[in-house]
Write a new protein. Structure first.
Ligand SMILES: C[S@@+](CC[C@H](N)C(=O)[O-])C[C@H]1O[C@@H](n2cnc3c(N)ncnc32)[C@H](O)[C@@H]1O
Length: 315
């Protein structure tokens, strides 16, 4: 089946041809991918598409649609082709400089909000959080999805977001601006928390030495380089390696991140970490030390241990 013999194509036929092309290339979720690409090039929404299946596409749209289908068939993720991905009910711009936000990362937000609310209850305060008085840092912010979701949920919190990639930070800052949270989040290029340990950073109105956090949250790179050949082509050949690989084994990153978090958390501050599908046995012992209490593992919807959280002791 080819689009080339037709410069008059209606939406229904275009969709059918797109699904066929992707199915032949063994693209997962072929129907959804074809639909998203068709909607993207025609700037229509799904309701419109199903109400007007006989409408003709203009030749320019046909060309763009089949060009995107071919790129998708060759392995480029749909989200990089459309430039967007939803997370926590918000639409994020994504480019090949950032990891595509995953649904399971939303568990980090849920666990953080739950545990912050429990802290309030324990202190006999109102568990309905505004974030008043809270200082939060998201390490490895990528598209900014975690920092921005927290800014949405905690309208009075002061939020920092770091990344080692200047290109990723540019995307995160654009997302914060477009979604209306840029005045709430300070974006910093930093290797983990190093910018908070050196005199090079002075946060406005305070100084770095007094910058201790109530919440350190991170979805770090956690795939092992030795696993790279097992990854889908969409991930291995298209997502940024600095967002994927945590080291040869995958869990090495946590070994640096956890001690730094311990230094930068307030007593009773929270650490909330996303885990790789097999990271728990390597990461849990790093938190079974006197600096940490109240360890909690949370599974994702597939039953995989996905979030590990802990509280900094007061000592
Ligand atoms: C798995 S991605 C997570 C992106 C985003 N937070 C999310 O959940 O979709 C990891 C991010 O950590 C960043 N990163 C890698 N090494 C880092 C380091 N040493 N310090 C800070 N960020 C780092 C990568 O550039 C990438 O954006």
């Amino acid at each position: 089946m080819s689009e080339s013999n037709s410069n008059s194509l209606d939406f229904r036929t275009a969709l059918k041809q797109g699904i066929h092309l992707l199915r032949e290339a063994h693209v997962p979720s072929d129907t959804l991918a074809a639909e998203l690409l068709l909607l993207h090039v025609t700037r229509r929404d799904r309701t419109w598409l199903y109400a007007h299946p006989e409408e003709l596409l203009d030749p320019q749209a046909i060309e763009s649609y089949f060009s995107l289908l071919r790129r998708r068939a060759a392995g480029e993720p749909t989200q990089y082709l459309t430039g967007k991905q939803e997370f926590w009910g918000l639409e994020f711009e994504v480019t090949p400089d950032v990891l595509i936000p995953r649904p399971e990362t939303e568990h980090l937000i849920e666990v953080s909000l739950d545990r912050l609310a429990v802290r309030e209850l324990r202190a006999a305060r109102d568990p309905k959080l505004t974030g008043e008085g809270l200082t939060i840092v998201d390490i490895g912010t990528g598209s900014g999805c975690i920092a921005i979701a927290l800014a949405k949920e905690l309208p009075a919190a002061k939020i920092y977001a770091t990344d080692i990639s200047a290109e990723a930070l540019a995307v995160a800052e654009r997302n914060a601006t477009r979604l209306g949270y840029s005045n709430r989040i300070t974006f910093l290029e930093s290797d983990l928390l190093s910018r908070f340990s050196s005199s090079s950073y002075q946060s406005p109105g305070t100084n770095h030495q007094s910058l201790f956090f109530d919440l350190v949250i991170s979805n770090p790179p956690y795939i092992g380089r030795k696993e790279s050949t097992t990854l889908p082509i969409e991930v291995r050949d298209h997502e940024p390696p600095s967002a994927l690989y945590g080291g040869e084994e995958g869990y090495e990153f946590y070994g640096q991140l956890i001690p730094q978090a311990a230094l930068h958390l307030k007593p009773r501050g929270l650490l909330v970490l996303e885990l790789g599908h097999n990271s728990l046995p390597a990461v849990r012992p790093l938190l079974e030390t006197p600096e940490w209490i109240n360890l909690l593992g949370t599974n994702d919807l597939a039953g995989i241990p996905r979030v590990l959280s802990a509280e900094r002791t007061s000592a």
